[in-house]
Design a protein around this ligand. Structure first.
Ligand code: MOS
Length: 688
């Protein structure tokens, strides 16, 4: 058993309240902003009457499409706020109130009178919607549609077939810290403290929108209270805060109220997923179709790439994987932890369970039989793939072999008990990064890189990587992250942060060590500095397929009186390359798995067809798991070092925990009750 590793370097600052988040910076003269969301689901703003708002005590300004600073065009339409009179969806911002205090700004926003010319709206995703189309690419640039071999022929002649459709409502991220920005302009320079997953991308975007050289913009994201994807791209708050600061000539803070998040910071779109699996009597897959239907907004095309795991997971000589999307008058969907893989693997792994029952093969064994050494879609061999080891190790730890596969075979009083399994999968993404390493004459080291810690422990793991590469004790290394004043780095997203940043840190530290060695081990009075950039190191088209794998096992109880499902045990075994920081890695795994419990049993955003907006606006109505909902959660990993990916031998771990958890739970619900609930979340009324 490895030691858990160091505690978070900034842990003390966080628990003592000295760590400062975006809304905790208060430059002298700060004014406060509060947005006004559109009150119709589609139409035009006819007039904005700010008279009453400006009469409020402490009023500073009301920004509307008529007086707000003009922005340059961008391909992300969600950021083009207050630029014209169009209302593309309910909740779209139509005005911004600015005042001397947050309370005054809120009162002003309530007093702004907006009149609209409403238009007919269409917010309901239906599988037969007339405006559905196949996008050229889905999120992450994957092809919208793929065909290999002859699916129709192979499926028609398969002795064992499964044809099942899985549906889920929209989902929202809801990080603990809602989106916030404190912005100020000084002599044509902009400084923005922004709660985001990557300050360099925010800086680039602001430079484009405001037509300012990016060297004149500093974006700081020193501490971030969660992101999960909804802070992965710049969001309206940073644009509005910068606009308001320019308009008023004062620093402006905009902390988005949680009740507004559902409409402006993205969601996982609702999905209809039809899975067809054709197999031999032994369960070997001969035909696989994964057809996804989803929505996007009229503002921005974002297509949840839910069919992608079916291109990578199992032997599938004849395959069809397609996405169809329709642009509705809804808020713009965006990234949510494991976009594509989380919902796609829910559907595929439930269909695998249905296939196991149809073929009479144990669900673990079925997955083992359909394992593949090469990625079916690309034909590339995996750099490493230990799915089978995860399944076997998970089965051993969980006690799977004792399972009676018959549904409704276990009862404890009025509780039915069942177990289920599912595979986990998440691709390895790596992006070029730069970093700097410095050593003082007295042998203290400092690493500087614009990495972002969204709660993952980025500082800590980067210090470990640096100490490792330098061959020195951890307490001699200081790490500075979270500002565009530091060497540029990619975002904390796609589970790519540690691999991408770590590679550059490793390279800078090795270069620095070489410089010290070349001087016979001495450091001059001013110290030595090494910089590194991995632009030429990270391959754009590597010869290997790259992914992390895992297996999750769930034990659930279903109450035969109430229909309530509870998760007794959730056990995951992951193969994610070298685990660099066991303590923080475990947190990532169980955090993802916990989010999977939410996806399976609790979470869901309801689109109100009449009002055209999501009904759940707070954590009292959007239910996420609490400690009492997550009993007996365990994350393990197998030793896997992958030398083909990066110098650390690591893979990403931030997202894989959510992938497979919901399917394992849904499969356990079927085993417990005999009911196939193919619609998430699994609410009591669906089980009874
Ligand atoms: Mo994650 S959805 O890639 O931030």
């Amino acid at each position: 058993m490895s030691t858990p590793g160091p505690v978070r370097l900034e842990g003390r600052e966080k628990v003592t309240g000295t760590a400062r988040y975006a809304a905790e910076h208060t430059p002298p003269g700060t004014a406060y902003a509060w947005p006004v969301p559109a009150a119709v689901p589609r139409g035009r703003v006819v007039a904005v009457d700010a008279g009453a708002a400006l009469a409020e005590p402490g009023a500073v300004a009301v920004l509307t499409h008529e007086n707000a600073p003009r922005l340059k065009d961008t391909d992300d339409g969600t950021l083009l706020v207050l630029q014209n009179d169009r209302v593309p969806h309910r909740g779209w911002y139509v005005a911004l109130a600015v005042a001397d205090t947050p309370e005054a700004a809120r009162a002003m926003a309530a007093a702004v009178r907006v009149s609209y010319a409403p238009e007919e709206h269409d917010v309901v995703l239906t599988p037969g919607h007339p405006r559905l189309y196949v996008p050229e690419t889905a999120n992450a640039g994957v092809p919208g549609s793929r065909e290999r071999g002859d699916f129709d022929g192979a499926y028609a002649s398969a002795p064992v077939r499964v044809d099942a459709t899985y549906t889920m409502r929209a989902l929202h991220n809801h990080p603990m810290e809602p989106h916030a920005t404190t912005a100020r302009w000084e002599d044509g320079r902009l400084v923005a403290y922004d709660s985001c997953q990557g300050a360099n991308a925010v800086q680039e975007t602001l430079a484009g929108l405001f037509g300012v050289d990016k060297e004149r913009i500093t974006v700081v994201a020193e501490h971030v209270g969660g992101g999960f994807g909804c802070k992965g791209t710049p969001r309206p708050q940073v644009v509005l805060a910068a606009m308001a600061a320019r308009h008023t000539g004062r620093p402006v803070r905009l902390a988005l109220p949680r009740a507004q998040l559902a409409a402006v910071v993205g969601h996982r779109a609702p999905l209809v997923q039809r899975l067809r699996l054709g197999a031999g009597e032994d369960g070997a897959i001969s035909a696989l179709a994964h057809e996804v239907t989803t929505h996007t907004s009229t503002v921005r095309e974002f297509v949840e790439q839910a069919a992608v795991p079916s291109r990578a997971m199992y032997v599938s000589p004849n395959s069809r994987t397609t996405h169809r999307v329709v642009a509705l008058d809804v808020p713009s969907p965006s990234w949510m932890r494991a976009p594509g893989e989380a919902p796609g693997m829910y559907a595929l792994e439930c269909a695998m369970d249905e296939l196991a029952y149809a073929a009479g093969v144990d669900p673990v064994e079925l997955r083992v039989r359909n394992d593949t050494a090469a990625e079916p879609d690309s034909g590339k061999p995996y750099s490493s793939r230990h799915l089978v080891e995860c399944l076997r190790e998970g089965a051993r730890r969980f006690g799977w072999d004792a399972r009676d596969p018959r549904p409704r075979s276990r009862a404890e009083g009025r509780l039915l008990v069942g177990t289920g399994v599912a595979s986990s999968y998440y691709p390895v993404y790596l992006m070029p990064s730069s970093a700097e390493a410095h050593v003082t004459e007295t042998g203290r080291y400092r690493v500087r890189i614009n990495a972002t810690d969204i709660g993952t422990g980025a500082r800590t793991v980067l210090a470990q990587i640096a100490a490792d590469a330098l061959g020195v004790a951890l307490d001699r290394v200081a790490v500075e992250i979270g500002s565009t004043a530091l060497p540029a780095a990619p975002l904390a997203g796609g589970s790519s942060g540690t691999g991408s940043w770590g590679w550059a840190v490793h390279k800078a530290c090795r270069t620095l060590s070489g410089m010290v060695d070349a001087r016979g081990g001495t450091v001059p009075p001013g110290g030595l500095t090494a910089t590194a950039d991995t632009e030429d190191d990270v391959p754009s088209d590597p010869p290997h397929a790259k992914a992390a794998f895992g297996a999750q096992f769930a034990e659930v109880t279903a109450d035969t009186d109430t229909g309530e499902v509870r998760v007794r045990r959730l056990l995951g075994v992951f193969a994610c390359g070298r685990i660099l920081s066991p303590r923080t890695a475990r947190s990532q795994f169980i955090g993802g798995m916990t989010m999977g419990v939410g996806m399976a049993l609790l979470e869901g955003s309801t689109m109100d067809p009449r009002f055209g907006d999501f009904a759940e606006r707070d954590l009292a109505s959007y239910h996420v798991p609490t400690h009492a909902d997550v009993r007996g959660i365990e994350a393990h990993w197998i030793d896997e070092t992958d030398p083909l990916l990066n110098p650390m031998g690591s893979k990403g771990i931030g997202e894989i925990g959510i992938v497979g958890a919901a399917a394992a739970i849904a499969n356990a619900v079927h085993h417990a009750t005999g009911v196939r609930v193919r619609d998430l979340p699994i609410l009591p009324e669906k089980v009874l």
